[in-house]
Structures are given as structure tokens and as C-alpha cells.
Design a protein around this ligand. Structure first.
Ligand code: GUN
Length: 293
């Protein structure tokens, strides 16, 4: 078994991003600028957004955090999105999900100017992704592709089984792995909570992408000898043994699955770190007008 080491890859790619950010600054006089909107106090979201902001600073981007109480109205949030859309000093805008129940996430996602949608959630970016056109790719799938690329994992002709059909990970991942590109060219099966014979299907996978949000969902008996296992799960549990007061678990029973896998991502230290890279790369591409002129 070999580790797909998110820490190593993300540090390496961050250095490349920092070099390019310095060039942007030298050429244009401004740093790539990411704005994040965070509504409410969800523990997971707080952690993720703080990490996004911190990593922006690390690679020489400007970052701004706009916070709202969870009682903010949909109208006020949409007005803020519009204001940021119009701000020429902003390259990327993300609204951290989930949002409180009274706010429609579809309305907010569609309100973001697709040319600043560095999460790649806007229907224009998703549609362009389907058609293999230049677009912002959702950060987590993008990060996984960069990881597969870095370790030169051969994906062509392989059976990739994605577990979970979320808009953020499972659905876009299934599209990307089937595309005629490298990484890609897989035969993809997208499985979910209503899939029959899920264990059997996962056992036939050369590449497993677990994005179901359930601790230890993928067990050793579900994994073929030599499979590549990508664990997207970030399941937080309260812990008395860690400094943060939380411990993270993946969707994969790492201890028992790892001996069977050819390659596997750890949690923490795997996909989570690569998600940040996907976001930074998209923000840099936006600042450089690489996708939309
Ligand atoms: N919530 C969980 N993952 C994400 C993400 O990648 N972007 C945003 N905006 N919200 C999330």
C-alpha cells in the first residue's frame, strides 16, 4: 500500500501557486483576491473557511471574510453577493454551505457571477464542465484529480465507483472521471443511498471514491485487492484527546482497508488538503483571466 499524501502534494502545489501569485502581483499590482461569505456558526464551516482564508494568505493572495448571523435574510445575502459581483477588486467569491433553512442555496449559487464562481457550483460552470469547456471545476473533485495526476495513477479504462451523489463531490466527480481526459476515461458507476448491491459494485471497483459522509462506511470486505481508494469523508466527532476537541474520521475504515489498497488517501491529510488547492487554483485562474476573458 502507498499513501496518496495530501500534505506533501498540497505543500508542493502551494509553492507553485505562490510563485504564480507573485507574478500576478508584479504584473498587475494586485494580489489574487478571494472573498468568502460565512452565515451562522456551524463548527465544520467555521473550520473550513478559516483554513481557506489562512491558506490564501500563505500563498500571497488577499482574502476577505464576510460574516452574517444565521438570522440574515435571503434578500440581504443576495444583495451582498451582487455587490461583490460588481467589485473589480474581487476575483473569487464563495458562499460556504450549508446555509440556514430559510435561505435557498440554489438562488444564492445562481446569483454569484459565474466568472467569480471559484467553487464551480454555478449551473454555467457545471454545464461547461459537462461539455469539457474551460470552467471552474468544483474544488474537491479538482483536488482529487490533481492528486491522481501527481502520483501518475492510471485511470484510463478503469472502473471507478463513486459513493455519494452530492452536488459538491459525488455528481461532479462521476462526470470528471468519465471525461475523455487524463485523469479520466474511466467507466463510472455512481452509487448512492438507494443503490442495490452497493457492496458488490464497490468490490468490482479499480478506483473507489467514497463521499457518503458516514464514518467507516467502506469496509475491507468491500474493496478489491489492489484498488485505489479515495476517501472524501470528513466526519467530525467530539474528542478529549485532541487539541481542537474534535477528531476526524473518513468514510473508509482506513486501518483494515489500507492493506488491500494499492493507493489510499488518509483522513486527515488527504483529500481535505487538496480541496484547498482546488480552490486556490481556481482563484488564481480567475485573477489571470484564464477561464473567462
Ligand atoms: N461546504 C462543504 N464543502 C464546500 C465547498 O467546497 N464550498 C462551499 N462553498 N461550501 C462547502
Amino acid at each position: 500500500m502507498q499513501l496518496l499524501d495530501g500534505k506533501y502534494v498540497s505543500e508542493k502545489l502551494k509553492q507553485e501557486i505562490a510563485n504564480e501569485a507573485a507574478e500576478v502581483l508584479a504584473n498587475s499590482g494586485r494580489k489574487p483576491h478571494l472573498v468568502a461569505i460565512l452565515v451562522g456558526n456551524d463548527g465544520g464551516s467555521e473550520t473550513y473557511v478559516a483554513s481557506k482564508m489562512k491558506n490564501c494568505e500563505k500563498v500571497g493572495f488577499r482574502s476577505s471574510l464576510v460574516r452574517y448571523d444565521e438570522t440574515v435574510s435571503e434578500e440581504e445575502l443576495l444583495a451582498k453577493v451582487e455587490e461583490i459581483n460588481q467589485d473589480p477588486e474581487v476575483d473569487g467569491l464563495i458562499v460556504q454551505l450549508p446555509l440556514p433553512k430559510h435561505i435557498d442555496p440554489e438562488k444564492v449559487t445562481e446569483k454569484i457571477d459565474h466568472r467569480k464562481d471559484v467553487d464551480g457550483f454555478h449551473p454555467i460552470n457545471l454545464g461547461r464542465m459537462m461539455r469539457n469547456l474551460p470552467c471552474f471545476i468544483p474544488a474537491t473533485p479538482y483536488g482529487i484529480l490533481l492528486m491522481l495526476e501527481e502520483y501518475k495513477i492510471d485511470t484510463a479504462g478503469k472502473h471507478c465507483v463513486v459513493i455519494g451523489r452530492s452536488n459538491i463531490v459525488g455528481s461532479p466527480m462521476s462526470i470528471l472521471m468519465a471525461r475523455n481526459s487524463n485523469p479520466g476515461n474511466c467507466t463510472v458507476t455512481l452509487t448512492h443511498s438507494r443503490t442495490k448491491n452497493l457492496e458488490e459494485i464497490v468490490r468490482s471497483a479499480d478506483i473507489v471514491v467514497a463521499a457518503i459522509g458516514k464514518k467507516n462506511f467502506v469496509t475491507a470486505d468491500m474493496v478489491k485487492e489492489g484498488a485505489v481508494v479515495i476517501d472524501v469523508g470528513i466526519n467530525r466527532e467530539i474528542s478529549t484527546t485532541t487539541k481542537s476537541g474534535f477528531k476526524l474520521f473518513g468514510d473508509v475504515d482506513f486501518e483494515n482497508v489500507a492493506p488491500k489498497a494499492s493507493w489510499i488517501t488518509p483522513v486527515p491529510g488527504g483529500v481535505g488538503l487538496m480541496t484547498i488547492i482546488g480552490l486556490l487554483r481556481n482563484t488564481l485562474a480567475s485573477a489571470k483571466k484564464e477561464i473567462y476573458k
